[in-house]
Design a protein around this ligand. Structure first.
Ligand SMILES: O=c1[nH]c(=O)c2nc[nH]c2[nH]1
Ligand SMILES: [Zn+2]
Length: 459
């Protein structure tokens, strides 16, 4: 069952490496597909050139022009899986990750977040924090990250440069906000925000980074005037850009949005009226969205980023992901650093399963998510949420090779294997127990980005 490119494609590209062993991934139809003794070839553009079976080695080596001695064989407890997609992470908040989780959202923003984000005017500080967050997330297996930066254009551009330098696929957002009554110096006027959003987009696109794109980023409805929201909707539309923001995270926020936008039917309608809900929109949280609002998400093609660590840590709420999926709304996972205290998507996988089980405890009729379904959310689901599923998310011929080489039995790692387990059990163990010690190599668009080669050493 060899799948490969048609002959016109193959004549233009050459295969630069081939891996043989177990590959696991998701498809829209199958939450978990295991391919044992698979052969996967990657071409010089970093794209998957073919996927075949070990027994097809001879034929594939002739068609694609490689010798069998060039095939890298995975070890017994190793497998390849698609790279993890973090659909919502605040790069700037990495400076205080793991702390300051003792208040609800709005107080948390005023007390901790805004004062820290204001420091990113200082490019040296920005360089330090952004280098650490890109390295750490790559080390954790995040091949694609959708970042919030801060309101500072130059520091946000620096984040784009750092992601490019380390080879991470990234959507980078310069935060836009013209309302902030608590930390008065951490906001822009509507005009400044619009002008700087334009400058950010233009300068980032001019860099022509192959894997880094700008994302239009109104912080959330409470931080933006209607005027600014509309301007940002227009900018996104005119430039066909991604959009990210927050929605319906906490009850106090939802009440205030109702008061501030009395002419809107719902929180979702606030964004919809300003053309901010499109097929390239990802909204974080959505814990309190009504079924009608979820319908509007589906109709517009907008997606949700589920951030369970943050939802638990700030006592915000519990998103019913099953209901989101039943409404056919695209959904991925987000760490939401630093409302979430972990920068690892593996943690988001575990907290997603916990959140689903909490809902089952409350209502035994609730259809609990399986680990296979959550694996799909962390990979293919994330790529769909970011509208990148034509390029990444699973192992399909023609997609970029974004992948993790996982060794479940890595020496010094956190997993003890007692009996000989099949690939499905190995994946389950990795998702529940594994960490970066099990992630032996990370590839983005065919380039090996972990282990690092920047001379700064491992982390
Ligand atoms: O979890 C969150 N983190 C933030 O920084 C933020 N801003 C608005 N709403 C938010 N929610
Ligand atoms: Zn957030």
């Amino acid at each position: 069952m060899c799948r490969d490119m048609d002959s016109s494609e193959t004549s233009r590209t050459s295969v630069v490496f081939v891996h043989r062993g177990t590959f696991v991934h998701s498809t829209p139809e199958n939450a978990l597909q295991v391919m044992e003794d698979a052969l996967v070839g990657v071409d010089d553009r970093g794209k998957i050139a073919f996927i075949g079976e070990g027994k097809e080695l001879q034929k594939l080596s002739q068609v694609f022009g490689f010798s069998s001695s060039e095939v890298a064989q995975l070890e017994r407890h190793e497998f390849f899986m698609p790279g993890l997609v973090d659909t919502h992470i605040h790069a700037s908040q990495y400076s205080y990750v793991g702390t300051a989780l003792d208040m609800p959202l709005l107080q948390w923003l005023n007390t901790y977040t805004f004062p820290v984000e204001a420091c990113f005017k200082d490019l040296e500080f920005a360089q330090k924090v952004y280098t650490k967050v890109v390295r750490r997330t790559l080390r954790n297996g995040t091949t694609t990250a959708c970042y919030f930066a801060t309101i500072h254009t130059d520091a946000s551009l620096l984040l784009g440069q750092i992601a490019n330098d380390f080879g991470q696929r990234a959507l980078v957002g310069k935060v836009c906000m013209d309302r902030n009554s608590s930390v008065k110096h951490y906001k822009e006027t509507c005009q400044e925000s619009e002008d700087e959003a334009h400058r950010f987009i233009k300068e980032l696109l001019n860099k022509k980074y192959p894997l880094v794109k700008p994302v239009v980023t109104p912080r959330f409805a409470l931080s933006c005037s209607e005027d600014l929201l509309s301007k940002l909707g227009e900018i996104a539309k005119n430039n066909n850009l991604h959009i990210q923001s927050h929605i319906s995270e906490n009850t106090e926020e939802v009440t205030l949005v109702k008061e501030l936008f009395p002419d809107s039917e719902s929180y979702t309608d606030v964004y919809h009226k300003c053309n901010l809900l499109t097929g390239k929109t990802v909204m974080a949280h959505g814990c309190y969205l009504s079924d009608n609002e979820l319908d509007l998400f589906r109709e517009t093609g907008a997606s949700l980023s589920h951030c369970p660590n943050s939802n638990f840590s700030l006592c915000s709420g519990v998103l019913n992901v099953r209901n989101v999926l039943d409404h056919k709304v695209k959904c991925g996972l987000g760490t939401d650093v630093a409302g979430g205290y972990s920068s690892s998507v593996l943690d988001a996988v575990r907290k997603t399963l916990d959140a689903s089980k909490v809902l089952t405890i409350q209502d035994p009729e609730h259809n609990t998510l399986s680990f296979e379904e959550v694996f799909r959310l962390a990979t293919l689901g994330g790529s769909q949420a970011l509208s990148l599923d034509d390029q990444i998310g699973n192992f399909e011929v023609g997609k970029d090779f974004d992948a993790l080489r996982v060794n479940v039995a890595a020496p010094g790692g956190p997993i003890d294997l007692i009996q000989s387990d099949g690939p499905k059990i190995l994946l389950e163990k990795f998702l529940n127990l594994g960490d970066d010690r099990n992630i032996v190599e990370v590839f983005v668009a065919g380039r090996k980005v972990v282990p690092f080669t920047d001379g700064l050493g491992e982390i």
